[in-house]
Design a protein around this ligand. Sequence first.
Ligand SMILES: Cc1ncc(COP(=O)(O)O)c(C=O)c1O
Ligand SMILES: [Zn+2]
Length: 424
Amino acid sequence: MATPTATRTTSATPTSFGPAVALSCRECGERTELGPKYACESCFGPLEVAYEFGTVTRERIEAGPHNIWRYAPLLPVSADVASRPSLNPGFTKLVRAENLGRELGVRNLHVKDDSGNPTHSFKDRVVAIAVEAARTFDFTTLSCSSTGNLAGAVGAAAARVGLRSCVFIPADLEAGKVVTAAVYGGELVAIEGTYDEVNRFCSELIGDPAGESWGFVNVNLRPYYGEGSKTLAYEIAEQLGWKLPEQIVIPIASGSQLTKIDKGFRELIALGLVEDAPYRIFGAQATGCSPVAAAWKAGHDVIRPVQPDTIAKSLAIGNPADGPYVLDVCKRTGGAVEDVNDVEVVEAMKLLARTEGIFGETAGGVTVGCLRKLLESGALDPDAETVVLNTGDGLKTLDAVTPTTGPTATIRPTLDSFRKAGLA
Ligand SMILES: Cc1ncc(COP(=O)(O)O)c(C=O)c1O
Ligand SMILES: [Zn+2]
């Protein structure tokens, strides 16, 4: 197993990481200097980026580029980041979802649609930040363990910045995910095993000479990677007119996105960029891989790992690294964690498509399905301003809807045939 805190020579300068000043342990709070490290030397807890922010104003942000780099003063990146090659993800649409809201009985609903990112999932955000760290640490190969979307985001980002990429996925992923990971020309390795086994393999590779100079965006670059998800929080607040939503529903795989959106909201409050108002965070899982929802419902604060069995493969992490922190966030904010089965996932994908013209992938079905269930159970307030995330594009998971979707009728090219089909 890798020595998680192994250091390497880097070209990091104090300005490479902008306002970031240290890595701090999420368990014991101990601080260590910024580097390609991801576990605390004292307690093996996960590390995250700590900052000393300067003055950040709404005006300065609004004058920035229409992508995540407008929030560079809040991220572990150098101030000139926008001038370097990047896929420039972010600033995706926040769609006012009146039709879906009407159907579900919620008055003020928005869909944050991250399928509009360069590789059609929110993973472009996290990878963009990890790439900056990889360049600073002089890694020559960009890598990851992935349930599909991350593999594509890494392949594309590496192509754009001129790094070699080699990504690892479970062998049973959807065809759309395999193609959209392979097309960028990097190496794609399918492993006969679950995502958790792929991830364990990657940890071993980091500790082996074979993996030297490899930056695994979600393993040895994880503290930086996670910060990319904060940009979802910033964008949502800015797009709502510099205010926090009262409720937000977020899908959970490793749980990183959910905990970092919370971190982003707290930063905005601390910096005075939004009013300090309460917000509630809700997590969404597929029943076939719902270790966090199961712990939540049982009132446990530890997560019992599961073997995934769901069509929502992008969320199929049986042993989520951020699971316990998700429980903390949902408890602290007055939220909850819910799950929906595969039939409900497909129904919700079609509901979102039919009502708002947004074709989300299975993860979006999980999130919208949980939104519906949380409203029905009374956990979500139908009168509160609510945001639901669609984190990926339905074109990547066509198989999920193919069996129940197709032509309304197949007719001959004659008016008679059309009339007989009963469509007039
Ligand atoms: C489409 C999609 N949504 C959500 C997630 C959840 O991300 P996290 O691991 O940060 O919980 C993933 C993770 O792979 C994903 O692919
Ligand atoms: Zn520690």
